[in-house]
Design a protein around this ligand. Structure first.
Ligand code: ADP
Length: 479
């Protein structure tokens, strides 16, 4: 089966645009495919199709929706290898990570196929003798989803699966850098048997035009966005006039704290997993590594060795741990924060520069010791393979440092003392806390942030709430 699709998927049809744009492999800049470029009008057509399909899809029983979702899940698992290859070609991450993403992404489809059967309402004791009160949950309607390039597949299923399970229909705008994984999912959805218009994928090079249509169009009742805080704020502002429900999964600035009583080897392993996955390009990646003074030097020595052991190169090749960054802009941005840190007294322990040709997007895994609060690596979301290491003395000091950011997505810490674990976990102003682990993403837990990292939760039993409205019925005259 050919999963390399270049047209958009609207109302069950593969649609061409007036022009096309290139999708390139970030490892060697080679052309992967030319995709059709959709206009704002075509996005409007997709929204109308989703609106029409909603009238049909919302009536499907939970079991009927679950059957089609399960089929979609089975197809994703059956074609996991092909989907992973496509993902690595357009995005660059190592093939094993890409396969992990495909399975992680598919797991949301399976999970929400099951959750579709558990959209329960309540019976509430009435406030008068002759009153009875019940609640039901209903799908919000047409959902627009805008997704990022760092997880080209899983960020789609994490939104679309709960939306469809709830009875909503969807219009997805995948990122222009990685649209092929999205279109492959559409092909499998087509085969799974979703009615036309239930899932629509609009690929476009004009992100802001598509975003404007999705926000301004009154037929869209809910916007779910994963991406930068900057764009999230634009979309929230644009959604005001139609009073749209919105979910925002935005940037992060994750602290990773290693206390004196931590298991150093476990902490090194956890930090490597959290920092260098996807070349440091995830919103839950460790951004600032805080190490307590008593074990600082021992930790740094072991961590440095582990970082030097990471293999960087073509994600398609076996044994590679770090692939290229997504685009030139991304490399320039990490070069800037590294220079800023070194100018302000940071010590380069390893890495610090591009690997290979002048236009290579490979950036060496980097450690900067003696990092300080005034540096950009403290305040900016780095989004690259750079670890700044900050030395701290006390628990109070590190909590204050960790919370000194407008972001509040993920935080991690390693330590053993039971009471301290509770104190620190409660004090961290973050939506997710990893305790003695650097890997927190799973289908069964609620993923999401607080503060400027956004709101709404994806995955888990809570993941469906964002796509449901509660309707309350007041039954009078029960004499
Ligand atoms: P990232 O830093 O991950 O690239 P972005 O926020 O720039 O994050 O991109 C995330 C998604 O938002 C992508 O699909 C991108 O095309 C889209 N996007 C970027 N700018 C806008 C905009 N002004 N309106 C709507 N979508 C946008």
């Amino acid at each position: 089966m050919n999963l390399l699709k270049t047209k958009s998927y609207i109302n069950g049809q593969w649609v061409s645009g007036k022009s096309r744009f290139a999708v390139t492999n970030p490892y060697d800049h080679s052309l992967v495919a030319e995709v059709e470029d959709m206009s704002r009008e075509q996005c409007r057509t997709a929204i109308q199709a989703a609106h029409d399909a909603f009238k049909i899809w919302k009536k499907y029983s939970a079991a009927e929706k679950a059957t089609i979702l399960k089929k979609w899940y089975d197809l994703q698992m059956e074609h996991a290898e092909t989907l992973a290859q496509l993902l690595t070609l357009e995005q660059g991450k190592p093939l094993t990570e890409a396969l992990g993403e495909i399975k992680y992404g598919a797991s949301f489809v399976e999970w929400f196929a099951e959750e579709a059967r558990r959209v329960y309402g309540d019976t509430i004791p009435g406030h008068k003798r002759n009153i009875r009160i019940t609640t039901i949950k209903q799908p919000v309607g047409v959902v627009a989803a805008i997704t990022p390039w760092n997880f080209p597949s899983a960020m789609i299923t994490r939104k679309v699966a709960p939306a469809l399970a709830a009875g909503c229909t969807v219009v997805i705008k995948p990122p222009e850098l990685t649209p092929l994984s999205a279109l492959a999912l559409a092909e499998l959805a087509d085969q799974a048997g979703f009615p036309p218009g239930v899932i629509n994928i609009v690929v476009s090079s004009q992100a802001s035009e598509i975003g404007k249509e999705m926000c301004a169009n009154p037929l869209v009742r809910k916007l779910s966005f994963t991406g930068s805080t900057r764009v999230g704020k634009i979309l929230m502002k644009q959604s005001v006039d139609t009073v749209k429900k919105v979910s925002m999964e935005l940037g992060g600035n994750a602290p990773f704290i290693v206390f004196d009583d931590a298991d150093i080897d476990a902490a090194v392993q956890g930090a490597i997993a959290s920092k260098y996955r996807n070349a440091g390009q995830t919103c839950v990646c460790t951004n600032r590594l805080f190490v307590q003074a008593g074990i600082h030097d021992a930790f740094l020595a072991k961590y440095t060795q582990a970082v030097k052991d990471l293999a960087i190169g073509n994600g398609m090749e076996e044994g590679i741990n770090i692939g290229p960054m997504i685009e030139e802009k991304a490399v320039v941005s990490v070069e800037k924060v590294v220079k800023d840190a070194l100018d302000k007294g940071g010590k380069l322990v390893t890495g610090g520069q591009r690997v290979g040709e002048e236009d290579s997007l490979l950036f060496a895994p980097t450690i900067i010791a003696d990092a300080q609060r005034g540096m950009q690596v403290f305040s900016n979301e780095i989004f690259g393979p750079i670890t700044p290491i900050f030395k701290f003395k006390t628990e109070e000091e590190v909590i204050e440092l960790a919370n000194d950011t407008p972001y509040g997505l993920a935080a991690y810490f390693y330590g053993k003392d039971y009471a301290k674990i509770w104190r620190v976990a409660e004090a961290l102003e973050y939506g997710m806390v990893g305790i003695n682990t650097g890997m927190i993403s799973t289908t069964v837990a609620p993923f999401g942030g607080i503060k400027e990292s956004g709101f709404g939760r994806e995955g888990s039993k809570y993941g469906m709430d964002d796509y449901l409205e509660i309707k309350y019925m007041c039954w009078g005259g029960v004499e």
